[in-house]
Each structure stands twice: as structure tokens, then as C-alpha cells.
Design a protein around this ligand. Structure first.
Ligand code: AR6
Ligand code: MG
Length: 369
């Protein structure tokens, strides 16, 4: 953390939230598509046009990813002590005020039950989903960025807060652990200096080590093989192999088969992290000089759940690079971009206040010397 001063940290808060917004807005039109080589050319032209000289174009709309991220940030800004009931109320309020954002029907059921029960037990409706198994979708992971930022200097606090925030809609272990992995990746990126080259092996080893504490073997699962018991660690190791493969031109099909491009957290969070790390060097077929744009464009080029994977990859890239590296021309085309900068600044201000209050409490008068 030594090299990250306050100016850079503030820029990284903006970068992270703008990255999440940009991935969501630019990825949304391609959701559900299987990318052919023709589709990739269309995508290249789409990015070249948006990134070129400014033209008045229809604004790219955000989806449920950003709608929910906004609510998480608002909750932290209004109530820095982190009130999860308030967060649940904000999710529901936001949905009923603006429902046409691509929410899945299962999440809408949870919102209806929360409202119907007057938020009595904010975790019960989600626990009841899918015959009591809870959702393993990536809807928890897609909205964690504000928590990773707010708790950037409090790892334990982040783990607890992400777990609770996710369980409001996603209680399945895979949904929760995916959200934790996404938050950890953002936090790691936030604390690195963007002028340094990323040591991919070290970055992924750190992720695997942290997931070892989160994902453990349970006694009753002794018959299940270890890879299936520790699915995120297994996926991260597969990701590490793909990143260190001799061949730089791995086929998209190979990447998708190994990592996934779907709406499950397991089939999308490792993919988003992979896109960020892969985009640190040139990628065949993706013409983009800037690593931020390369990350988003590559994530969308893999098809499937493009908005959410690009949003998650964009938030990690933005947290690493900071606002200065984000293509202004691209962000200009996104709905809510000005407001998102304000959200990032307000979140930064409350995070700093909380940090200072904590130091004051811990060191008392000594803190002033
Ligand atoms: N058993 C069977 N299928 C499941 C289970 C389960 N336990 N959990 C999830 N699914 P959902 P999300 C499948 O509805 O995670 C939006 O576009 C099931 O097919 O909880 O909030 C967002 O932007 C279910 O419909 O939604 C995200 O990109 C699906 O996973 C994406 O959708 C999604 O789970 C996921 O949103
Ligand atoms: Mg989505």
C-alpha cells in the first residue's frame, strides 16, 4: 500500500466504478450471443467507433448490475456502519422504481417476498430459492465493487460484509464464494501501483491462498473428489495454466470450456479475472492499445453473459489502473457516467472518514503526531 497515495486511491475508486459501469453498458447489447469470427469483427468496429472522435449516439443503457451496485454504494454512503436491512430495502426500492433493467425472474421473486414480509428476515426469501439450495448465479458478485473499495484496508470486514450483502439474494455457497473472489480480486488490484507490471503468477497465487480459507473440504463430502469440493480453487488453477500457456493464441472455445461464460458465479467470476490478467499483454484478434479497453473488449468477445463478465472485469481493471487510464471517449457513451463519478467520490470520502475514526479510536491522541 506504500506507493498508493490519496490522489491515486481516489482515482482508483472512480476507475473501479466507471469500469463496472462501462463493462455493463457496452456489454449489454451482446448478452447471450455466441461470438463467431464475424461477430468479433462487428465488436471491433463497435469499439473503434465508440472510441473514435466523439459523435452523438444513443446512450448505452446500464442493466441490473449497475442498478444493484448503485444501491450497495448508496447504503455505504448513507450508513457507513453498514446496515444490511437498509441494503435490502434499497435493492427492492430501486427495482420497483425502475424494473426494466434485465433482472432475472428469481431475483424478482426474492424482491416480492422481501417486500411482502416487510423485510422481517432479510435472508429468508433467498434461502428458499431453488428448493432451499439458494441461487448460485453471479448476481451477488456483479455488485460487490463498492464493498471492496470501502473495506480496502479491512480484509476481514470486507469478507463479512460481502457475505451478508450477497446472502440477501444469493445464499448458495457458490454464489457467495464467487462474490468473495470478485471482491478479493478488486481489492488486490486496488492496492497495486498501475505503473508496475503485474506479476500474474503472484496475483493468482494470492487469490488461491485466500480462497483456501474460504473454500474448505466438508466432512460429509468425503466421497466427492477434491476438485469438485474446491471448485473455485480448481478454476483458479485452470486459469493460471491458461495464462502461463506457451501458446498465446488459445481459442475462445478452449477458454470458455475451461472457465465458462455463463450466468453462474463459478462460470463467470474466474473468467472476468482471467480477462483482466490476459489483457495485460496483446491478445490476437483484439485491436486495442489501451489495457482497459482491451479487458472489456476481450470479455465481451467471449460471448455469453457479456454485460456481467465485462462489468466484473472492468471493475478489476479500473481498480488497478485508476480513472486516468479509462478511455474518455468510451465512458462518454454510458448512461449514468457523471453520477457514477459522484458516487465514487462520496464513497471515497466515507471510506476515509471511517479509516480516520478507526485510527483515532486505536491510537487516541498519539494519532495526531
Ligand atoms: N439451481 C438451479 N439453477 C440455478 C440455481 C440453483 N441453485 N441458482 C441459479 N440458477 P438468478 P442473478 C440458474 O436468477 O444471479 C442477469 O442478466 C437459474 O437458471 O439468481 O441475479 C444478471 O445481470 C437462474 O435463472 O440471477 C446476471 O448476469 C440463473 O442461474 C445474471 O442475470 C441466474 O440466477 C444472473 O443474475
Ligand atoms: Mg448480466
Amino acid at each position: 500500500m506504500a506507493k498508493i497515495d490519496n490522489i491515486l486511491l481516489k482515482s482508483k475508486f472512480r476507475g473501479c466504478l466507471l469500469g463496472a459501469l462501462l463493462g455493463d453498458c457496452l456489454g449489454a447489447p451482446f448478452e447471450g450471443e455466441a461470438m463467431t469470427s464475424g461477430g468479433k469483427l462487428v465488436l471491433q468496429k463497435y469499439f473503434d467507433k465508440l472510441d473514435g472522435p466523439y459523435f452523438r449516439a444513443p446512450v448505452k443503457k446500464y442493466t441490473d448490475d449497475t442498478a444493484m451496485t448503485k444501491s450497495v454504494a448508496k447504503c455505504l454512503i448513507d450508513k457507513p456502519a453498514v446496515d444490511f436491512k437498509c441494503m435490502a430495502r434499497l435493492f427492492v426500492k430501486e427495482y420497483f422504481a425502475d424494473p426494466r433493467r434485465g433482472y432475472g425472474q428469481n431475483v424478482v421473486d426474492v424482491f416480492n417476498k422481501l417486500r411482502g414480509s416487510k423485510f422481517e428476515d432479510i435472508y429468508k426469501p433467498a434461502q428458499e430459492q431453488f428448493g432451499g439450495m439458494g441461487s448460485y448465479g453471479n448476481g451477488g458478485a456483479m455488485r460487490v465493487a463498492p464493498l471492496a473499495l470501502y473495506f480496502h484496508n479491512n480484509y476481514k470486514g470486507m469478507i463479512e460484509a460481502v457475505t451478508h450483502a450477497t446472502k440477501i439474494t444469493h445464499t448458495n455457497k457458490l454464489g457467495v464464494n464467487g462474490a468473495l473472489l470478485q471482491a478479493i480480486a478488486i481489492q488486490q488490484s486496488l492496492l497495486m501501483d498501475p505503473v508496475d507490471k503485474i506479476d500474474v503468477e503472484h496475483f493468482t497465487n494470492q487469490l488461491i491462498d485466500k480462497m483456501k480459507d474460504i473454500e474448505t473440504v466438508e466432512e460429509d463430502d468425503e466421497d466427492i473428489n477434491i476438485e469438485d469440493q474446491l471448485p473455485y480453487q480448481t478454476k483458479l488453477k485452470a486459469m493460471q495454466e491458461l495464462l502461463t500457456a506457451e501458446e498465446s493464441d488459445l481459442s475462445d472455445t478452449y477458454v470458455i470450456t475451461n472457465l465458462g461464460n455463463n450466468i453462474s458465479a463459478l462460470g463467470s467470476v474466474p473468467t472476468a479475472i482471467y480477462c483482466f490478467l490476459k489483457a495485460q499483454s496483446e491478445i490476437p484478434g483484439i485491436k486495442a492499445d489501451n489495457t482497459f479497453r482491451r479487458t472489456i473488449q476481450y470479455a465481451i468477445s467471449l460471448g455469453g453473459d457479456t454485460d456481467t463478465i465485462a462489468s466484473m472485469a472492468g471493475s478489476i481493471a479500473g481498480a488497478f489502473l485508476g480513472e486516468e487510464y479509462i478511455n474518455e471517449s468510451l465512458i462518454k457513451h454510458c448512461e449514468f457516467q457523471k453520477e457514477m463519478i459522484e458516487v465514487a467520490d462520496n464513497l471515497y470520502a466515507v471510506a476515509e472518514d471511517t479509516k480516520e475514526a478507526l485510527l483515532r479510536k486505536r491510537y487516541g491522541h498519539l494519532y495526531f503526531f
